[in-house]
Design a protein around this ligand. Structure first.
Ligand code: SAH
Length: 357
């Protein structure tokens, strides 16, 4: 049994069952035993992988998207170039390399990384070498300056609450104890104002998940972009609305029981993009589009061909496989979605459709 399992069981025994959000928060970020607090999740074979770890092309085209948005907005100087949850810093390193040739961009950029884990901050420092970088605990510490931001697979790691519809009320999924075992249970149903808009599209017995930490983060990003300019690119797996049970645990690239080894597995849930878009007002949101569509519109196919010319053998095969994995409809290309946030009076960044909302 993990040390964290002991701590959580003692707490549940003393104060009763805990919400999935509280359980997830401790499993991921407990200062001594949390998953992200204690390791590099891509290290030692890793538990999962992400687009920037699969290929440098992801960060390159996303970097050029942010750079073009910066140029289109008249090269505001200085501006914040921010990433949420960088893990190793690979994505920001690729963005910085791809934008090196954009005149004035690096001189104007203040690079800021929002990262809760001190362990991962050290890894990011090593990856980013001699680039000047500031680490922030949260988006509230972002300066009042034009904000060009990227978040890839960040929101899926934020703690969720999960509710099952019963009549016109909602029963919340909680983690409790059965003898000495952690077990999932449900509270008695109660009405919930925050979910009243989901009574129309959720059948009895249907499940809806909410992410209480996400709207305040988006509100801060949206307020800054609306007032100062900028753009935010948000890429994650999920959909416009949360539907069904998507809470999952990954260890060694395999799904595992989320209650089996608290702190040892990565816990995630699909992202409810509607909630992110709503919270970003008065900034505007683009349409939600599949990752593959965005990467193709941003020129990933041409970039892939150029890189392929320099490669042979196994390196070429793995490059072609990475391109396929990032863009194909049966792979990350449609499972992952992208949303852009932009100032109300301006079009969205390149690659995104304007919202008609
Ligand atoms: N962006 C990465 C994957 C992100 S995994 C990629 O593309 O490869 C989630 C990241 O967010 C980790 O770096 C984790 O430490 C960080 N994190 C999770 N919750 C956080 C929070 N509440 N505040 C700041 N960082 C957080």
């Amino acid at each position: 049994m993990t040390a964290l399992a002991h701590i959580l069981k003692a707490r549940i025994a003393a104060t009763g069952p805990m919400t999935l959000a509280d359980y997830m928060a401790d499993c991921l970020l407990h200062p001594a035993h949390g998953y992200y607090a204690t390791r590099d999740p891509f290290g030692r074979g890793g538990d999962f992988t992400t687009a920037p770890e699969i290929s440098q092309m992801f960060g390159e085209v996303m970097g050029l998207c942010l750079a073009q948005a910066w140029l289109d907005q008249g090269r505001p100087t200085p501006f914040t170039l921010a990433e949420l949850g960088p893990v190793r810093g690979t994505l920001m390193a690729d963005i910085l390399r791809a934008t090196r040739a954009v005149p004035g961009l690096h001189a104007a950029a203040r690079v800021m990384l929002v990262e809760a884990s001190p362990t991962l901050r050290k890894v990011q420092r090593a990856t980013l070498g001699d680039h000047a970088v500031t680490w922030l605990d949260g988006v509230d510490d972002l300066p009042q300056a034009p904000l060009f931001l990227i978040a890839n697979e960040f929101f899926d790691a934020l703690p969720i609450r999960q509710f099952t519809r019963q009549g016109d009320g909602w029963a919340e999924t909680v983690v409790g104890l059965d003898a000495d075992r952690l077990t999932m249970g449900r509270t008695p149903p109660a009405p919930l104002a925050a979910l009243s808009h989901r009574l129309t599209d959720t059948p009895i017995g249907g499940i809806v998940e909410t992410c209480p930490a996400a709207p305040p983060i988006m509100a801060r990003i949206g307020a800054t972009i609306a007032a100062r300019g900028g753009a935010a690119l948000i890429v994650d797996y999920g959909d416009w609305r949360s539907r069904g049970d998507t809470f999952q645990a990954l260890k060694d690239h395999r799904f595992t029981d989320p209650l089996a080894e608290p702190g040892e597995a990565d816990l995630t849930a699909h992202v409810d993009f509607e909630a992110l878009a709503r919270a970003a007002a008065p900034a505007r949101s683009s349409h939600l589009i599949p990752q593959g569509v965005l990467l193709r519109r941003l020129g990933i196919d041409a970039r892939a061909e150029r890189l392929a010319q320099r490669l042979t053998g196994a390196a070429l095969q793995s490059h072609l496989a990475a391109h396929h994995r990032l863009t194909d409809d049966r792979e990350m290309g449609s499972l992952f979605k992208a949303l852009a946030i932009h100032p109300p009076h301006l079009p969205p960044p390149p690659g995104f459709d304007p919202s008609d909302a």
